[in-house]
Write a protein of this length. Structure first.
Length: 597
């Protein structure tokens, strides 16, 4: 266990108490740290604070430190040797934009093209570093405290934070990857890692003290980035919050999203199911399953327990067609729920694609009118044309070029060896003292929450449940859509529990989610570590989290994660890349993954 002795007057107890309060609704963010006293650029290792820690719960009371140099002087900083390439700080100015307190706004470049953006408090830094990720295919460098805005060090502006565009700027159609293998490597895994190295070095110079703790938090592709860090660079961060991770990226951005479109096309090329029919389906799902958790509140606490059959909505003779579905529409609803398969029924993705109860979010891939290109199609085209197939660029590629066959699957997923983060062996991260909080919304329209369940299951099978309980937790938020939003309480804080776990050993318990400002009724609900769920205790308002207790069902739904790519949950699929001109060269060149074709 890493140790450092903190000398100086401790912060007041009020801050610690507020930080301990995992029970108050918030949004979460992430952070990262380096070991105190380490040389600039050194990776973080687990830290145990021997002075100022609060045994039994909460965050350490870390003395606030002032900068030891002027903000503007960072532009002349020599960062040679910090990482694997030259670093240039292009600007450093004091700002208050988007923050509760003044900070030194730093921008720089890690060669060849990774933009790094930092916020360094100038009025007192409480020795924590937070690195945030970005979604989609990135291309922008905006610090985004996803589901963490109310975490106290963020709310009071005392945390140092940074992010990166992962090696490319703009070009949201994926064309940034064409003929640029280094940009692909940076997006795959390098960009986040070198940003952590450089940010910690800058912090150490600016304050004369390295971060006491490192944290990373993000969602979607940021969740993939989080798991990639735990798998490939286990010493970078002490605590990680990974939301709705796109860790099965290649399958996600090909078969999953393509199926969302192809499953809804008739022989004439027109859409069968339009968005105007989704409320009808949703109400039927709620009528069938909503009350099974003890409350009819419009949210399914575990959609896996819902046995809704779309065929029950097929029109009967003489029935008003506004109140029922055609057989073809009902078949589409079933296909969209079940997910991608080959012609003979072999699964092309790990599990259920879209949970019952999430139908209001299906407008991502169910159009409102004919002739509309839906979001899912745009995801696939952007990815497959330029990035999804190693050293292949084809701007004319269309969804019809994706082969829903066993051979087509293995040819498509070859780039998983560097783009996906599927390794379930997190032993090195656990040994470093790292803590992992995985979370997902049950109503996620982009990424199946059961994909995250499948990964968590693989981690438990690989490492043993006892070992996993010591460093990882999974939270599933009822009614929450992709990274937020949705019909359930969707504002919460996943960062504070990670910090408390790292800094004082306080194991994460319930996280209280609240409704957003535009939701009615105002509601708070607790969410407990999987497999526990919240159950109403029978007294008081059902909109108050205080009236719910943790309950672990005696019988869990049987999850079937047998699919063509289940062996991807392994350590030996991974490769590393190097750029040779316009080609990406992988090492090792042949793994079991390449032999599958």
């Amino acid at each position: 266990m890493r140790r450092t002795t903190l000398r100086s007057k401790l912060c007041g107890a009020a801050m610690a108490v507020a930080l301990v309060a995992v029970l108050s609704p918030a949004t979460a963010a992430g952070a990262t740290s380096a070991t105190p006293g380490a040389t600039a650029g050194a990776t973080a290792s687990a830290v145990s604070v021997t002075a100022g820690a609060r045994p039994g719960g909460g965050l350490a009371d870390l003395p606030a430190l002032e900068p030891v140099m002027e903000c503007s002087a960072l532009t002349g900083l020599d960062l040679g040797g910090v990482t694997d390439a030259p670093v240039t700080i292009t600007s450093a100015t004091v700002s208050t934009a988007g923050a509760p307190a003044p900070y030194c706004a730093v921008t720089g470049t890690i060669a060849p093209a990774d933009t790094i953006v930092m916020r360094l408090p100038v009025g007192g830094w409480t020795q924590r570093y937070l690195q945030t990720g970005c979604g989609g295919e990135c291309g922008s460098s905006t610090i985004n405290y996803t589901q963490a805005a109310s975490c106290r060090p963020i709310a009071d502006g005392t945390i140092a934070s940074a992010t990166t565009d992962m090696g490319h700027q703009g070009s949201f159609d994926g064309s940034w990857a064409a003929g640029d293998p280094q940009a692909q490597i940076d997006f795959a895994y390098r960009g986040v890692h070198v940003t952590a190295q450089v940010a910690k070095a800058v912090i150490t110079r600016f304050y004369g003290h390295a971060p006491a703790y490192s944290y990373f938090d993000s969602c979607s592709d940021g969740g993939r980035e989080a798991l990639m860090e735990a798998q490939r660079y286990p010493g970078d961060f002490d605590g990680i919050a990974a939301g709705a991770p796109a860790n099965n990226m290649v399958v996600q951005n090909t078969f999953h999203h393509a199926w969302n479109v192809l499953a809804n096309l008739g022989a004439d090329g027109k859409y069968i199911l339009l968005a105007g029919r989704l409320p009808l389906v949703h109400q039927a799902v709620l009528a069938r399953c909503d009350a099974r958790d003890g409350l009819a509140d419009g949210v399914l606490d575990d959609p896996r327990r819902c046995d809704f059959d779309p065929a029950s909505l097929v029109c009967r003779t003489g029935q008003d067609t506004a109140t029922c579905l055609t057989p073809a529409e009902a078949a589409v609803v079933r296909r969209l729920h079940d997910g991608a398969v080959t012609g003979d029924g072999k699964r092309l993705e790990p599990a259920i694609a879209h949970e019952w109860g999430s139908e209001p979010e299906w407008t991502l891939f169910v159009p409102s009118a004919q002739g509309t290109k839906v979001g899912s199609e745009n995801f696939v085209l952007s990815f497959a044309r330029y990035l999804g197939y190693t050293n292949q660029v084809d701007p004319t590629w269309e969804l019809s070029d994706l082969k829903l066959t066993v051979e087509g699957f293995w040819r498509t997923v070859q780039s998983s060896s560097y783009l996906s983060a599927m390794d379930p062996d997190l032993t090195a991260f656990r040994r470093s003292g790292g803590k992992l909080l995985l979370w997902h919304g049950w109503n996620d329209q982009h990424i199946s929450p059961q994909g995250t369940l499948a990964y968590f299951d693989a981690v438990q099978r690989t490492m043993g449940r006892g070992a996993v309980d010591g460093f990882a937790r999974l939270y599933l938020f009822p009614g929450v859509a992709h990274c937020g939003g949705g019909e359930g309480p969707n504002v919460f804080d996943v960062l504070t529990p990670v910090m408390a776990w790292v800094e004082s050993g306080a194991e994460p318990g319930r996280i209280v989610a609240s409704t957003s400002a535009n939701q009615t009724p105002a509601r708070t609900r607790p969410v407990f570590p999987y497999p526990a769920v919240a159950r109403y205790d029978g007294s008081g308002s059902t909109d108050d989290a205080a009236n719910f207790v943790s309950s672990t069902p005696a019988h869990q739904p049987k999850d079937d994660y047998h699919w063509l790519g289940e062996r991807l949950f392994s350590h030996d699929y991974q490769t590393r890349g190097r750029a040779e001109g316009t080609r990406l060269v992988l090492h090792p060149e042949r793994t079991w993954l390449t032999r599958m074709i």
